[in-house]
Design a protein around this ligand. Structure first.
Ligand code: ATP
Length: 894
């Protein structure tokens, strides 16, 4: 095979046979050796995407910030005044801040890229006669690719089989209506959108199934040619950080105005020389700007994202982290999310009589029928087993003693049932080849196949939701294998009996058509279809889901189950899971009969919804949202995308979910588990409080510094802290300490409080009050220690050194207080702190020691050594701050 051949742009003009010949594709698909050779020749099936921004541009972008501009003006002013040292240090701070931001952003982006790999696209291929689930990057030209609804097609393919295949090609052609595909070759000059026998990489299967030979991968695919379509990496921004950035800009404006005012007042009414006034204004400016805040917020978010990924919840859109903390209703799927999705047929109903089935998981050992029921009628059991085996897309893979299902676990369980009934899968499948099919569709709730043996016999087999299948049947088979009228009532009793036990119920039907056209049309069968039997499948609830539901209830979050399953099955499982209002189950039909207002009432009252389709999910989300709920919704199918997008938090399943659902979601649960979702909510709440803590920690520091300068200026006193010293505190002290907060684990009672109101502003009255209060405490501490030292005759340098140390000590003690915003910090857990907190404190003590006692620092920052007894004032002030805040918390709580 030569390079030129695969670059042919006329695959659509060739027949499938020609394509297979050109690409040397064996009937059973490529073998391992061919794959590895082609992988070497063509490279992996990936798009390299657009070039990242050059490093220097990314670095420069860090300085494009109003706060930095203000600081740069300060650099200029100090330089003009000849204060070279100050000018140099402020400039160094600007550089430092830029570099920190740059490094931090780079690391956060790297973390996101790493997480993204967890969501790498996968593809189902046929290799050496077996279906294989592989990384899409391993696809090579000549591979046989299988397509299902919801798949994002992983390479360009020439189709060679299809069943109602519809593809959404909007991302390639701009055409928003899905295109119906066909197998016929097209004119060589057909436009891209008219090459109906090709399916393109990056487009989305919106309905039907298909199969095709890969003709182009990676950059050679159509999408590769127009490249640059790769999603860009999410930047670490949320509404909250955007709000804070806005706030910071607003703050700079205020600061500049306040600085100008102070200067004017000082100039007109004060007696300070102009250069000194300038320096005071510079000090005021740098004191009031929260230099470290943006970095801390980014770090807190990055840590939250990382923690969620460790818990197997991958965040696709950053803002959702905040929304998660406000979730008040979770709407969850049942199968696989609340249940284990490890299915086993536990009962078979034949001729309206129930036969229990014994066994363990996917092992083929087990008996059908027990002492009470007696053995099942052989011919009927054979007919059911045939339907279970042929009307089935799953395969069992045996590895030693264990069997693994490739495909839907429910279908895997049906294969096991067929084995228990004595059918040997591989030879039977070869004997009865599939000619046509109606793929499973969540709206139809059944699937059908047309099979034929090689002796002129055809068989139509249908399996699906009982009410759906029975509606198609004209008769049933009795225990002797004779056709009898369908006794709906008797069958329904059996079905209800199985469903009430929490079993998932599925009906199987068959017909032997006289017409051998090879095309399957179930609706046109008339009453030829016969009900063969019904099976009850056991799918146990997940233990951890029960605990997670209880935790959600405790956290004031409602949990609703929205499933496609039978109402009675849904209720039985819901009861076992501990859902609340299981007395009433609403079905999709019930929902259809209601207008939006009535639905609003129902959606709030009922917790279990059964036999629903994706449209119902969308209506339910809208109803719950109109009642001011913040709704998290799970989904996996291609049609779930609108509901996932509409929900405040859309959650897709990583294993069961289609690419369409994943792409419409904000979060992907890698393990499909409800408990992971609950953990993500918990993490969301924690991140939000940590952001809140970081803000309430950093802002009062600026408040305290700025107000002490203003007071000093107004009273005409010496400044208690110089501009340089303030920069030291803001950048070195505060940022290091606040870093400890970013790593703060969840407070023990995060899941005991009701969800935060989504409209709640972060800077609420409480936070503003707390910031003002602590600012005042800091002001008092700085001033008192400075004045005391002056009175004691220690001189200005030592007095300032003491003031700085007092401020830092107050910060350290405030750190302990802020770890619990509104509950007591003077508890054993509060005092012991976390390792992160102790590490940053040790670091601060070391830094302050350098600041106070080394001659280099003394020269740079104009500090002076202090005696131990004088230095003791600093921690004492800290203890005072902590005690006063504890008192305040106690009063507030009372
Ligand atoms: P959930 O929405 O909680 O995951 P579900 O898996 O039951 O529940 P659907 O996948 O929409 O929801 O299935 C709805 C119904 O369709 C099932 O209860 C079953 O009766 C039927 N069904 C599901 N899968 C198949 C299949 N592969 N073949 C035939 N019928 C199926």
């Amino acid at each position: 095979m030569t390079e030129q051949r695969t670059q042919s742009s006329h695959w659509h003009a060739q027949t499938t046979e020609q394509v297979r010949l050109t690409l040397e594709v064996p009937t059973k698909g490529l073998n391992a050796e061919q794959v590895s050779l082609r992988l070497k020749e063509y490279g992996p099936n990936v798009l390299t995407g657009s070039k990242p921004r050059p490093i220097w541009l990314r670095l420069l972008a860090q300085f494009n910030n109003v706060l930095i501009y203000v600081l740069m003006v300060a650099v200029l002013v100090t330089a003009i005044l000849g204060h070279w040292l100050d000018s140099g240090v402020i400039f160094a701070v600007v550089l430092f801040q830029g570099v920190i931001g740059f490094v931090q952003e780079g690391r956060a982006e790297q973390a996101l890229v790493a997480i993204r790999h967890l969501l790498a696209p996968r593809a189902m291929v046929l290799r050496e006669g077996e279906r294989k689930h592989i990384d899409a990057s391993e696809l090579v030209p000549g591979d046989v690719l299988l397509l299902e609804p919801g798949d994002r097609i992983a390479a360009d393919v020439r189709l060679d089989q299809l069943h109602g295949l519809m593809v959404d090609e909007s991302m390639l052609t701009g055409e928003s209506v899905p295109v119906e595909k066909s197998l016929d070759p097209q004119a060589a000059n057909a436009a891209l959108g008219d090459r109906f026998c090709l399916a393109y990489s990056g487009t989305l299967v919106s309905a039907g199934t298909g199969r095709g030979v890969v003709v182009a991968t990676g950059e050679r695919s159509e999408i590769g040619r127009i490249s640059g379509l790769l999603e860009t990496v999410n930047v670490l921004q949320t509404p909250l950080t955007l709000q804070m950035n806005k706030f910071a800009r607003f703050l700079s404006l205020i600061i500049v105005l306040a600085g100008a005012l102070v200067f004017l007042v000082g100039w007109q009414f004060g007696d300070r020389p102009i250069p000194e006034l300038f320096m005071a204004v510079v000090a005021l400016t740098v004191s009031a700007i929260p230099e470290g805040l943006p970095a801390i917020l980014t770090i807190t978010l990055a840590i939250g994202v990382q923690r969620m990924a460790n818990r197997k919840a991958v965040v696709r859109r950053m803002p959702v982290i905040e929304t998660l903390g406000a979730v008040s209703v979770i709407c969850s799927d049942k199968t696989g999310t609340l249940t284990r999705n490890e299915m086993m047929v536990a009962a078979v109903v034949l001729d309206a009589q129930v036969y229990p089935v014994s066994g363990d998981g996917y092992a083929a050992e087990g008996r059908i029928g027990d002492a009470t029921s007696g053995p099942p009628p052989a011919s009927l059991l054979q007919a059911v087993a045939q339907a279970a085996l042929l009307c089935n897309d799953a395969r069992l893979e045996h590895r030693g003693e264990h069997a693994k299902v490739l495909g839907d676990p429910m279908e895997g369980a049906l294969l096991v049932l067929a084995a228990k009934a004595g059918l040997e899968a591989s030879s039977y499948l070869a004997q009865w080849a599939r000619q046509d099919e109606v793929p499973f569709d969540a709206a139809l709730r059944y699937m059908a196949t047309l099979n034929h043996d090689h002796h002129g016999h055809a068989r139509i087999l249908v399996k699906g939701a009982p009410e759906q299948v029975m509606a198609l049947c004209g008769s049933a088979l009795d225990h002797q294998g004779a056709a009898v009228p369908l006794d709906l009532q008797r069958w329904q009793q059996n079905i209800d009996q199985l469903a009430a036990q929490g079993l998932r119920v599925l009906a199987l039907a068959g017909a032997s058509p006289a017409d051998m056209s090879g095309v399957l049309n179930v609706e046109q069968l008339g009453d030829q279809l016969q009900l063969l039997g019904v099976v009850g499948l056991l799918d146990p609830p997940r233990q951890e889901a029960m605990e997670a539901i209880a935790e959600c209830h405790q956290a004031g979050i409602q949990v609703k189950m929205i499933t496609g399953d039978h109402a009675l099955t849904a209720r039985a499982i819901a009861e076992r899971l501990g859902l609340r209002n299981t007395g009433e189950v609403a079905t999709g039909q019930d929902i259809d009969a209601l207008n939006d207002e009535q639905l609003l009432e129902l959606a709030q009252r009922v917790d279990v919804f059964a036999r629903t389709s994706p449209e119902h999910k969308l209506r339910l989300v809208q109803a719950l949202q109109s009642a001011h709920g913040v709704v998290a919704m799970t989904g996996d199918g291609v049609n779930d995308a609108p509901a996932l997008k509409r929900a405040d938090v859309g959650i897709a399943m990583g294993q069961k979910g289609s690419a369409a659902a994943r792409e419409a979601s904000d979060i992907v649960l890698l393990d499909d588990n409800f408990a992971t979702l609950a953990a993500a909510v918990r993490e969301g709440r924690t991140v939000y409080t940590n952001l809140k803590k970081a803000i309430s920690f950093l802002l009062p520091i600026n408040g305290g510094e700025a107000s002490s300068l203003i007071v000093a200026l107004l009273l005409g006193l010496a400044l208690p802290i110089t501009a340089l010293q303030i920069l030291w505190v803001n950048l070195v002290g505060s940022v290091v300490l606040a870093m400890g907060l970013a790593f703060e684990p969840a407070e023990p009672d995060v899941m005991h409080k009701p969800p935060r109101r989504s409209a709640e502003s972060l800077l609420d009255a409480f936070l503003v009050w707390r910031i003002v209060l602590v600012s005042m405490l800091f002001l008092g501490g700085i001033f008192a220690s400075f004045q005391w030292a002056l009175q004691a005759g220690l001189g200005e340098a030592a007095a300032r050194t003491l003031a700085v140390n007092t401020l830092v000590a107050m910060e350290v003690f405030y750190l302990f207080s802020v770890r619990y915003l509104d509950s007591a910090s003077l508890t054993l857990r509060g005092i012991l702190g976390t390792p992160a907190v102790w590490i940053v404190i040790a670091l601060i003590v070391l830094l302050q020691w350098l600041f106070t006692y080394t001659s280099f620092m003394q020269a740079l920052f104009m500090t002076a050594s202090l005696s131990a007894s004088v230095l003791m004032i600093a921690p004492l002030a800290g203890v005072m701050v902590l005690l006063i805040l504890e008192l305040e918390k106690r009063i507030r709580r009372a």
